[in-house]
Design a protein around this ligand. Structure first.
Ligand SMILES: Cc1cc2nc3c(=O)[nH]c(=O)nc-3n(C[C@H](O)[C@H](O)[C@H](O)COP(=O)(O)OP(=O)(O)OC[C@H]3O[C@@H](n4cnc5c(N)ncnc54)[C@H](O)[C@@H]3O)c2cc1C
Length: 574
């Protein structure tokens, strides 16, 4: 019996929607769960899936036409079946709806035979991609040369945050106990135990991922994958073939080629995470996110840290005003920061190292028991057959289109190895988008919603556009800021340090960027990312009720400030 495809209700307040695109023509076969029509509101677009197998018998709402929720957009039935007049609303069979992300339509590719996908690299890009592809019905093989979880789980995000948890807990007790009336004596850090704690978290998570891969039926091959052609990967003596290949080979630290770069005490981020003792002094070459996080971590444990950065400012990806606040706070914690400082050589001087540099035009040296070289990462694309397979690289990074497909059809590259954005969650989201493209031909990546986080004391997080970008692009905007000294929870937890900045389109008040420096910033940024995804306005932000007392309330206050109306901040003097 024929069933109707009806306009779904995509949100509590939605009363009508518009057909933006039919993904099938009248007469096309459709399978249960397959995306048939895309609908949109002024906030969101979504794919409506077929409720059962059949053919698309009739289109009743053309592209561009709008209709109320539950109105009939088309009819699915068996070939040759007569279409009855549209039934009354209560007898309409609601179609199933794919997830909020347009293009996610499970099973599409499996209708005409199972798709097979080979994924090279099991970091947060590769393993998430493998699980998603398996969920969508593909036959998946995952190849990993080292440990499942990649940089992120083994020598990146997770171990650094475990040690940062140790250092920030230590410094919170040290800095705040007297003020809070807590008496502490004999406080110290047992670094070996801290390292054990880090190791146990990593082990738990790696084991969890291995279990998930198994539970999803992903075949894992251990060894280095070499690309042979658009459908073939060689792993040791095994030759694996599939319809598509997704490269997720990640990145590794680089060293600047200067005399002394290979001395034993000159280490990278992986070496720093494996230190068996807390160094007394540390010279950190590179004032990017990783270098600054390590400086904050070790400074809290009592290490004398010096950051040496070649550019005029640290943390270039972050809002300039917040960067200035962060720099002042790091310096107040005793971290020396040298910008416009170009390192020229390193020499060993007994048990310590001397770093020679050109600091703002003058020769200068700084000493450290260890030197962390933290100047960037390069894609791990060498020697794995990419050039031989005709894949275009740009300075070692795999060049892709917006679907993360390389110039060789059927070969995709996601995560650090394409160099678009070296963040774990970006790698995972790109992998899911690549799988969607393979399985449904459609896209699901929203780059503007990818947040950046820095785990300092307090934290930094941002999403969307920066003020500098809006100015460069000539976009008229309004800016609302709220100092966390006016927020009760931030005052209780972190002395009211920090601020929230919201950037909104000047005409419609659409939120374009959110920048937070304060406690819980890295969790709060999720609300801002959703606001950007849903194209929320300042008005929608301020009319949302924020729980009290929370740091989140300050998001509402910063949104109020866009039009000069913060409740807990005095008005600007006219
Ligand atoms: C110290 C540090 C801290 C970080 N902190 C954060 C953070 O807080 N938040 C965040 O978002 N990001 C952070 N990052 C960045 C994050 O770790 C990376 O962006 C992320 O791991 C990239 O994921 P990926 O899957 O692309 O690559 P990777 O995680 O590097 O994984 C690639 C995998 O591929 C394997 N591989 C490589 N070549 C082959 C081959 N030929 N055959 C088989 N396997 C192969 C590797 O062994 C590796 O396991 C941090 C990085 C570092 C170094």
């Amino acid at each position: 019996m024929a069933t109707n495809l009806t306009m779904p209700q995509l949100g509590l307040t939605m009363t009508e929607g518009t057909v933006s695109q039919w993904l099938k023509k009248v007469g096309d076969p459709v399978t249960k769960g397959e995306g048939v029509v895309e609908v949109e509101t002024d906030k969101i677009s979504n794919v409506v899936e077929a409720h059962e197998d059949g053919v698309l018998l009739q289109i009743m709402m053309q592209e561009g036409e709008s209709g109320p929720v539950k109105s009939v957009m088309g009819v699915i039935g068996q070939p040759g079946e007569q279409v009855a007049p549209a039934p009354a609303e209560e007898t309409v069979v609601a179609p199933t709806i794919s997830s909020v992300v347009p293009g996610v339509s499970a099973q599409t590719a499996t209708a005409s035979g199972q798709k097979s996908i080979l994924i090279v690299g099991a970091g947060p890009g590769g393993y998430v991609t493998a699980i998603k592809a398996a969920q969508m019905g593909a036959k998946v093989s995952l190849i990993e040369a080292d440990k499942v979880g990649g940089t992120c789980l083994n020598v990146g995000c997770i171990p650094t945050k475990a040690l940062i948890h140790v250092s920030s807990t230590f410094s919170a007790i040290k800095e705040q106990s007297a003020k809070l009336g807590i008496t502490v004596s004999g406080m110290d850090v047992d670094w070996a135990k801290a390292q054990q704690y880090k190791g146990s978290i990593v082990k738990t998570l790696v084991g969890g991922v291995e279990g998930l891969l198994k539970a999803n039926g992903v075949a894992v091959y251990r060894g280095r994958g070499i690309v042979k052609d658009a459908h073939t990967i060689q792993v040791g003596s095994k030759t694996l073939t599939a319809d598509c290949i997704i490269l997720a080979v990640g990145s590794e630290p680089v060293r600047i080629p200067i005399p002394g770069a290979d001395l034993p005490g000159v280490i990278d981020s992986t070496g720093t995470l494996a230190l068996t003792e807390i160094p007394k002094s540390f010279v950190i070459i590179g004032g990017g996110v990783i270098g600054i996080e390590f400086a904050s971590l070790f400074a809290s444990l009592g290490t004398k840290c010096t950051i040496v950065e070649a550019l005029p400012r640290i943390l270039p990806p972050i809002d300039a005003e917040i960067t200035r606040m962060v720099r002042a706070d790091l310096e107040a914690r005793g971290i020396a920061i040298l910008t416009d400082a170009r390192v020229e050589s390193i020499e060993q001087a007994g048990a310590s190292y001397t770093v020679h540099m050109n600091y703002q035009g003058q020769a200068q040296t700084v000493e450290g028991e260890k030197v962390l070289m933290c100047v960037g990462r390069r894609a791990m694309t060498q020697g794995i057959g990419l050039e031989e397979a005709g894949i275009v690289l740009n300075r070692g990074k795999v060049v892709t289109d917006d679907h993360f497909q390389t110039n060789v059809p059927g070969i995709y590259a996601i995560g650090d190895c394409n160099g678009k954005l070296m963040l774990a969650h970006a790698a995972s989201a790109q992998g899911i988008a690549a799988v969607n493209h393979i399985m449904t031909g459609r896209d699901s990546y929203h780059a503007e919603t990818v947040p950046s986080c820095i785990y300092l004391e307090p934290e930094v997080a941002s999403v969307g556009r920066k003020e500098e970008e809006l100015q460069e692009q000539g976009i008229a905007y309004r800016c609302g800021t709220f100092s966390l000294s006016g927020n009760g929870k931030a005052l209780i937890e972190a002395g009211g340090k920090g601020m929230i900045k919201i950037l909104a389109d000047a005409k419609y008040g659409q939120i374009l960027g959110v920048h937070i420096y304060g406690p819980r910033a890295t969790d709060l940024i999720a609300a801002a990312a959703i606001a950007i995804r849903l194209e929320a306005t300042v008005d929608e932000f301020t009319s949302t009720v924020w729980a009290h007392p929370t740091v989140g309330e300050a998001l509402g206050e910063a949104a109020e400030a866009v039009f000069g109306n913060s409740i807990h901040w005095p008005p600007k003097k006219k």
